[in-house]
Design a protein around this ligand. Structure first.
Ligand SMILES: [Zn+2]
Ligand SMILES: [Zn+2]
Length: 110
């Protein structure tokens, strides 16, 4: 009788596994890690945002949502189009006008 093989750590998966998961679930775990870091997206976002930093520090940056200046001492974000999240609209007030940030930090707004 061969010794019982180690099986995949994923619940219900009967596949043999060399490590924690079988080949298929190993690949899925890798993919999930890639998505959570969002490397490509983050890099592009940071590069575009960085281009506005000199203007921000000069105090001449205008928020595309409310059309007011974004003072150098107030954080700004690179805003997305509300209808098309792949499109950047321009700099916006990180705390006042960035809707996703506002939702996440709702408790800071009272
Ligand atoms: Zn598996
Ligand atoms: Zn604004």
């Amino acid at each position: 009788m061969p010794r019982a093989k180690r099986i995949c750590g994923k619940t219900g998966c009967p596949e043999a596994a060399a490590g924690r998961w079988c080949t298929k679930h190993n690949r899925e775990a890798d993919k999930a890690r890639g998505t959570s870091t969002e490397r490509g997206y983050g890099t592009q976002h940071q590069t575009l945002r960085r281009a506005f930093i000199p203007e921000h520090q000069a105090g001449t940056l205008i928020c595309w949502r409310c059309r007011e200046l974004i003072p150098a001492n107030e954080p700004f974000d690179l805003g997305h189009d509300d209808d098309d999240r792949t499109q950047y609209r321009g700099p916006e007030h990180a705390n006042r006008c960035n809707r996703s940030a506002a939702g996440k930090r709702a408790h800071q707004y009272d």
